[in-house]
Write a protein that binds this ligand. Structure first.
Ligand code: GLN
Length: 445
């Protein structure tokens, strides 16, 4: 409520693409008809859903925040969008984002800057800043984002909403524009853990259009919420919580550290045992992530050549057509990353950079697995600071990259929101154990 009273106006800049009125009307008529016929219109009937603009929708443009795709309409809905729509959800807008997911502030969108609803002079985080800001401002009930290295969790933290990056493969990537394919995941935003879990349940599960989507059963996350008894005094008794000590170290804002320590105490009150755990490979996460992400993106973005998709700059020579279209269509952050990625994948450097980063990723994954053998969940801040000012880090990409230190590691869950600016707590669980994260998050909330 306090957030609502602070926000009498929605933030138009969070959602650049809105559907035509007749599309919305046809949704409303379909719902009416279903109800009149005595059919169940589904758990999302009439629920307003926002969709990040790199997730394809057939009835609205999908630009991934890039000029190169300005005006582009995909011929199909992404599987996640299709599933939400089948359950009655009404997609009312595509949300603003850093171009192709590359950024941490949403300032790298080719179209507009999105403000943070808690303080409009601050960034909402990124790259799914529009999806987070719109849920925080109550424009949408829930929204879809994508998280490669923090793009759901960090904006959730900055905007004080719940954000979930599911396990890789839990949700189909069909219709998600690829950034770094080995890390990309569609994620969920909501203003409560329960809403976020219900959205995850709607979109999760195997999809024959995405060979990397998992065949693991999708548990009924809702039953986790119902089984919680608020009367129990220690509802999380016996749960082993590991606080990653490298994440509450030098370089992290004192306010963030004290918020996380307060969260740790709250876990203890709920009956958990909280222990500090050390992950010595933690600091390798950021460099390994950026090598992997830029390398994979340089390959993925080669499809935007001015011929197959989006905008074209006409030229007599094929090379100048490619070059001209890309020079005009891509923003500077994207160009910089393509250059870095092309370099690290080139013949003489592949072993030293990409291959090495993959090896480091395995080391990090193993150390997380081990820590999750000894603990049921791990906790850390979601970001080293709260939301910073618009423009503050625009010209210092390395400082901005450094802000991703907590979230370049897979499978996390963020719960936001305390006095002043929100500070997100990240909870990390074992692969495919989102149900447990949701249960714990719901009780914690
Ligand atoms: N800040 C990260 C990056 O720029 C976010 C990536 C993401 O999750 N899409 O790469």
């Amino acid at each position: 409520l306090s957030r609502l009273t602070r926000l009498p106006h929605p933030l138009p800049s969070a959602a650049p693409h809105l559907p035509d009125d007749d599309v919305l009307l046809s949704h409303a008529r379909r719902l009416d008809a279903q109800i009149a016929a005595g059919e169940d219109p589904g758990p999302f009937a009439g629920v307003l859903v926002g969709v990040k603009d790199n997730i394809c929708t057939a009835d609205m443009p999908s630009t991934a925040g890039s000029r190169i795709l300005e005006g582009y309409r995909a011929p199909f809905d992404a599987t996640a969008v299709k599933r939400v729509r089948e359950l009655g959800g009404v997609v009312v807008g595509k949300t603003n984002m850093d171009e192709f997911g590359m950024g941490s502030t949403t300032e790298a969108s080719a179209f507009q800057v999105t403000a943070n609803p808690w303080d409009e002079s601050r960034v909402p985080g990124g790259s799914s800043g529009g999806s987070a800001a719109a849920v925080s401002a109550r424009q949408f009930v829930v929204s879809l984002g994508s998280d490669t290295g923090g793009s759901v969790r960090q904006p959730a933290s900055f905007c004080g909403v719940v954000g979930l990056k599911p396990t890789y493969g839990r949700v189909s990537r069909f219709g998600l524009m690829a950034y770094a394919s080995s890390l990309d995941a569609i994620g969920c935003f909501g203003s409560s853990v329960a809403d976020t879990g219900i959205l995850l349940h709607a979109i999760a599960g195997h999809d024959r259009f995405d060979a990397t989507s998992s065949k693991q059963d999708v548990p009924d996350f809702q039953s986790h919420f119902h089984s919680v008894s608020s009367l129990e005094s220690k509802p999380l008794k016996g749960l082993r919580v590991g606080l990653i000590c490298e994440t509450i170290d030098d370089g992290i804002d004192a306010g963030v550290i004290s918020a996380i320590r307060a969260a740790a105490l709250h876990f203890e009150e709920l009956g958990c045992s909280v222990n500090e755990v050390s992950l010595p490979s933690f600091s390798l996460g950021l460099p390994a992530y950026y090598i992997l992400a830029v390398s994979e993106s340089s390959s993925n973005l080669s499809r935007y050549d001015g011929i197959r998709y989006g905008n074209q700059v006409y030229a007599d020579e094929l090379d100048s057509l490619y070059g001209g279209s890309r020079a005009k269509g891509f923003g500077s952050e994207v160009k910089m990353r393509i250059l870095m990625g092309t370099y690290s994948l080139s013949a003489g450097y592949y072993d030293a950079y990409y291959k090495r980063a993959q090896q480091v990723r395995t080391i990090i994954r193993n150390s997380f697995k081990e820590a999750l053998n000894q603990n049921d969940i791990l906790i850390s801040p979601a970001a080293p600071s709260a939301a910073y000012k618009i423009g503050e880090k625009k010209n210092s990409p390395l400082a901005m990259y450094a802000g991703d230190i907590m979230t370049v590691l897979p499978c996390g869950f963020v719960e936001g929101g305390h006095a002043g600016l929100p500070v997100g707590l990240q909870m990390i669980g074992a692969a495919f154990n989102e149900g447990e994260l949701l249960r714990v998050g719901h009780i914690f909330e």
